[in-house]
Design a binder for this molecule. Structure first.
Ligand code: BES
Ligand code: MN
Ligand code: MN
Length: 461
């Protein structure tokens, strides 16, 4: 591997300047205003795949943002790895909290700051370079590789889901490799084997046809903010942290003894964890540790709530309506559509007849995902990590979601190896997102090793 690692090392400067250009493109998928930037990022991705030496590099147009594909299928009889990532990013606001502009990549203290530095342009880029290093030095890869990069992950991958169903042959593979998750720490290499799913809804409570004088009408009709709050309180027990929607836990795959012992071995500094986020105390479902609550248990969260008067001073008003956005993070084997229905039925049942309740479901749904720990790809990833980090990885369950992972599993019948190089303090979706340069370097090398290790481990074709 000396030659490949040598290539990575001697091209560091060039890689950085390419990554900077990639990060300069504000490829935000949430807003229509950035459509041309989305296209720029797709073209740039195409260019990087071509430079890496992949074949049949092209864009696939969809109803939404384009998919970028490339392949190298010259290893007859060897397994095929599908590499997935996303070139879209979250909006950068609030802008005033960024130390340097989100789309002007800047290095400070060995960290690369930019929107997308870790989620996910900076991470998917590592794969392009690992492939490039192999193909430029050896003229071949040790196995077959397919690469698919999408531009809609941050909005729930609406186009890629359909694409997978139509293009099973194109995407056929033995394993999927993804770098879009975190490690526990620079010195705690880890591989993620489980992601949570998601279902997202909005509620609106209306009590009257317009705002009213709270002296003339207060006490005579229901207050919609009060009613909305009561509904929310009825969704999660304030003492036990248990979700109270009937049937919510029915399909939850319980943690096995072995898994709990495994998770207990993951180094986790609870005090530091709380200090870093500025929390006074931990709160969550009774009977579970923080890591179990995040990775292996479902939860109900209010994401936003609005209504009534919030301006300066006082206004004695009885608001006409109140709204809340809520979402539930789900675990194997919960079904997001089923959970959404349980929620709707429950809130409709408990809402008093003094108000009108409307519930709307968002499309940004996602199934949870779980990769068996004995999957050969996991072993290859552990070997690769040992070589670059000098240490055995721990196996973790992450609380975030990459909804497409479950689709890959369902339609391609292949498991994903979530070998991410981000860190818990990377500020994903927040101001000052960053990726440590040391993680970038180790990440590229680890992926280069993985391709070799997985080729040797699994002999299907
Ligand atoms: N890369 C993240 C998911 C992630 C981050 C998983 C850290 C584990 C650790 C991904 O880009 C993301 O933000 N997903 C969204 C999905 C949603 C928009 C459907 C999420 O988890 O909120
Ligand atoms: Mn991501
Ligand atoms: Mn994200």
């Amino acid at each position: 591997m000396k030659d490949i690692l040598g290539y990575l090392k001697s091209h560091e400067q060039e890689f950085m300047s390419e990554l900077f250009d990639y990060l300069r493109i504000p490829s935000i998928s949430a807003t229509d205003a950035n459509k041309s930037d989305i296209n720029k990022a797709a073209v740039f991705t195409e260019k990087l795949l071509k430079k890496a030496g992949l074949k049949n590099v092209r864009q696939y147009k969809t109803k939404g943002n384009p998919l970028v594909y490339g392949e190298w299928l010259g290893a007859k009889g060897k397994p095929t790895v599908l590499i997935y990532g996303h070139y879209d990013v979250q909006p950068p606001d609030p802008l005033d909290l960024w130390k340097t502009a989100p789309f002007e990549p800047t290095i400070r203290n060995g960290k690369l700051f930019a929107r997308g530095a870790a989620d996910d342009k900076g991470q998917v880029f590592l794969h392009f370079k690992a492939i490039e290093a192999w193909l430029k030095t050896r003229k071949e890869l040790p196995l077959n590789v397919k690469v698919i990069v999408e531009g809609e992950e941050e909005i729930g991958s609406p186009s890629l889901g359909a694409f997978i169903r139509q293009q099973k042959k194109l995407l056929k593979c033995d394993a999927i490799l993804i770098s879009d998750t975190n490690m526990e720490g620079t010195n705690i290499p880890s591989i993620c084997y489980s992601l949570r799913g998601l279902t997202y809804l909005e509620m609106k409570v209306t009590s009257t046809k317009g705002d009213l004088h709270s002296g003339m009408f207060g006490g005579a009709v229901a207050n919609p903010i009060q009613v909305l709050s009561e509904i929310l309180v009825a969704c999660k027990d304030p003492k036990t942290g248990k979700v109270k929607i009937p049937g919510f836990y029915k399909d939850v795959l319980p943690l096995t003894k072995r898994e709990r012992a495994n998770l207990a071995r993951v180094p986790h500094d609870e005090k530091k964890f709380l200090r870093d986020i500025g929390a006074r105390k931990a709160f969550g479902e009774k009977g579970y540790t923080t890591l179990e609550r995040i990775g292996a248990r479902p939860t109900f969260e209010v994401n936003g709530i609005w209504g009534g008067f919030t301006g300066e001073g006082v206004k004695t008003v009885l608001p006409a309506h109140a709204s809340a956005k809520v979402s539930m993070r789900l675990v194997a084997n919960q079904d997001p559509n089923k959970i959404a229905r349980l929620f709707m039925n429950y809130v409709k049942k408990i809402a008093p007849d003094t108000v009108k309740l409307e519930v709307k479901m968002y499309e940004n749904n996602g199934d949870p995902a779980l990769t068996p720990l004995d999957f050969p790809g996991m072993k290859a990833a552990a070997n690769a990590i040992r070589k670059t980090f000098g240490k055995d990885p721990v196996f973790t369950r992450e609380g975030g979601s990459i909804p497409i992972v479950a689709d890959f599993q369902k339609h391609l019948k292949a498991y994903s190896v979530l070998m991410g190089f981000g860190l818990p303090d990377d500020n994903l979706h927040a101001p000052n997102e960053k990726m440590n340069i040391s993680q970038i370097k180790k990440g590229m090398a680890t992926i280069a090793y993985f391709l070799d290790d997985y080729a040797q481990m699994s002999a299907s074709g």
